[in-house]
Design a protein around this ligand. Structure first.
Ligand code: M6R
Length: 621
């Protein structure tokens, strides 16, 4: 959700912090703020509601000379407690103005702490849960056993906090030190030469260093220009951390000539799928190299649950069809937010596949924890190296898309589907439900998909033209069957989140059970057709559905396999996709829907990278 950065080094902190916020603005953009330590006992803070550009305009007006210093921190906010106003923007300060904090997450026990502070005469200046932390640290620094010790003061307060949080503290009297801590929300350290960084995401410091350290749960890190020290909340230094080298570079986090990251990320999908598959088929066998589940463990599995949120959930719905077909194992796909509240039946022989681009989604993380408590095996499909979900899972399969900055999932969604297919084939191979030559054939089909996606992407102009034509529609419906049904759901989600347009996805077979009542003259209905060869029966049923809606005045927009002539007479607009095996078709049919949603949103004047009210990583429930 919120993006956090801290810096101590030799550069002008203002530049480092603002640039880092720009790279993390996708995490939240309700407000932004900075705090710069001038090295002489001063702490300059500025914060502003709205996009980072509002803060930058404010900084220009004030003058950069007021923000000298080589240490500081910054924050880009996605509001949880308190409206997105200037006064609720981070950093928050104590009454003396010497201590500052930025925060991602929720301090669940903030109400009693606030009451305690107010009773002792502290006046709080915001409506946030965050502000209590800075007053408590200031008080611990002023009086009691930790008086005069900034780091111990911070640790003593952290021990009192409940919830999920990343917190960063700065103190004007300790200008060469930044203290940060994490519990269940992300924080990584960037190790530079004579400079140290802490941030929610490595994108914040990739320009300066690719050496990073992943922190564990309930850890505190203290950075100075030439050191980082990690302890637990009690100050014990025997803690688990994991140094790693970031395997992508600055260019991957830039727009590369596109107006929006999302448009670049749509174009990157062939590479995202190819990179995700790369190295996973060796000597005729599927190899999940990051996997820590043995073949025997895979053989012992008798049921699969897939848990995820949003687009990741839709990728899981596609996975169900493939895994059940290839392995004959029952697969249930569940929204992570529902999973642990309904007491699902799990045991040692259950495999839970947790899909998350960010690896931070709070609901998915809690679902993983619940599954592990019930002794189920957990396999994470994740795009973010070292995030909390893969850390806590028994096994992980990384999608290798590089950073996805646009809030709407595009290349990560396709890469998740590719990874899920690999999981299905690995299970089929281990369990012997497919012969090796069959697994090899399925993999070859999968490996051929990036080229088809690339071919499809070259023909998107008619989709964009139609999107502009339909951009004033009050609503759009999406229909699909079999694997086309999750694609319909994903198409509707893209349109809702980007274009703020009413959009619904339906299983076409349900049409006559209610949704057909929505059809009226001129309503655009996008239909994802199955292959006429691979799914002939479903194809003819969908054809009937198209006739039914067309007869009632709908504008039919049909996504169909190239050469599918039967559908042409009933399609007001027809978009062809390359031919592919039925189960893999979502890797293609999703693409025009992404392009359509992005173009409608742009026609309506919206920022497709930062849709209103959304954040890239939903780290609170
Ligand atoms: O990081 P995750 O994959 O766990 O995120 C899940 C959803 O929040 C995410 O897919 C969301 O639905 C996207 N905005 C969809 O475009």
């Amino acid at each position: 959700m919120c993006g956090i950065v801290g810096y101590v080094g030799h550069r002008r902190a203002l530049d480092v912090v603002v640039e880092a916020l720009r790279r993390m603005e996708y995490r939240g953009y309700d407000s932004a703020g900075i705090a710069i330590l001038d090295g002489q006992g001063g702490l300059a803070v500025e914060r502003k509601a709205g996009r980072l550009s509002n803060l930058e305009a404010e900084l220009d007006e004030i003058g950069e000379e007021h923000f000298t210093g080589t240490a500081g921190m910054g924050h880009t906010r996605w509001a949880t407690h308190g409206r997105p106003t200037d006064r609720n923007a981070h950093p928050h300060r104590d009454a003396s103005g010497k201590v500052a904090v930025v925060h991602n997450g929720i301090i669940e026990n903030f109400a009693p702490l606030r009451e305690e502070l107010e009773k002792s005469g502290v006046e709080l200046a915001s409506d946030t849960d965050t502000e209590v932390a800075v007053h408590l640290v200031a008080r611990a620094y002023e009086e009691g056993p930790t008086a005069g010790n900034f780091v111990d003061s911070a640790r003593s307060v952290l021990r009192r906090l409940e919830g999920a949080f990343t917190l960063v503290f700065a103190h004007a009297d300790h200008p060469g030190t930044i203290v940060a801590a994490r519990r269940s929300t992300p924080l990584v350290v960037g190790v530079g030469d004579g400079e140290m960084f802490i941030a929610s995401d490595v994108a914040a410091f990739i320009e300066f260093t690719r050496e990073a350290v992943e922190l564990g749960q309930d850890q505190v890190v203290v950075i100075t220009e030439d050191s980082y020290t990690v302890t637990d909340f009690d100050g014990n230094s025997e803690v688990d951390t994991r140094p790693f080298t970031i395997d992508w570079d600055l260019a991957a986090a830039e727009k590369g000539g596109h107006d929006y990251f999302m448009l670049k990320e749509i174009e990157e999908q062939p590479a995202a799928v190819a990179d995700t598959l790369r190295g996973h088929f060796v000597d005729g066998r599927i190899v999940l190299d990051e996997q820590r589940l043995s073949d025997q463990e895979l053989r012992d599995i008798d049921k699969v649950f897939v848990v995820a949120c949003g687009s990741s959930y839709h990728s899981g719905l596609v996975a169900k069809y493939a895994i059940e077909h290839w392995t004959r194992l029952p697969v249930e796909v569940e929204l992570a937010s529902e999973f642990r509240y309904r007491d699902p039946v799990l045991d040692r022989s259950t495999l839970v596949v947790a899909i998350s681009q960010s690896g931070e989604t709070a609901d998915t993380l809690e679902a993983v924890r619940h599954a592990k408590d019930q002794k189920a095996r957990v396999l994470a499909v994740c795009n973010t190296n070292g995030a909390q979900i893969p850390r806590e899972a028994d096994a992980v399969l990384y999608t290798r898309t590089g950073p996805e900055i646009g809030v709407a999932s595009t290349k990560a969604f396709l890469a998740q589907m590719a990874a899920n297919y690999l999981v299905g084939l690995a299970l089929a191979q281990a369990r012997g439900t497919k012969y090796p030559d069959e697994v090899a054939r399925e993999y070859q089909d999968l490996a051929a998909m990036p080229e088809k996606i690339a071919e499809l992407l070259t023909g998107m102009d008619p989709v964009r033209a139609l999107a502009r034509e339909l951009s004033d529609s009050p609503a759009v419906l999406f229909l699909g069957r079999h694997v086309g049904y999750p694609v319909a759901l994903e198409g509707a989600l893209k349109l809702k989140e980007l274009a703020y347009m009413h959009a619904e996805g339906f299983a076409a077979g349900e049409l006559k059970h209610g949704p057909i009542a929505l059809i009226e003259d001129g309503l655009p209905v996008i239909v994802v057709m199955p292959s006429p060869k691979g799914r002939a029966v479903l194809h003819s049923k969908l054809l009937s559905n198209i006739r039914e809606i067309q007869a009632r005045g709908a504008v039919t927009v049909v996504i169909a396999e190239e050469g599918d002539e039967t559908v042409r007479p009933f399609a007001d607009h027809l978009f062809e996709i390359p031919s592919a095996p039925s189960l893999l078709q979502p890797l293609l049919s999703t693409v025009p829907l992404q392009v359509f949603a992005a173009e409608v949103a742009q026609s309506r004047g919206y920022d497709v990278d930062k849709p209103r009210n959304l954040a890239k990583s939903v780290t609170v429930e």
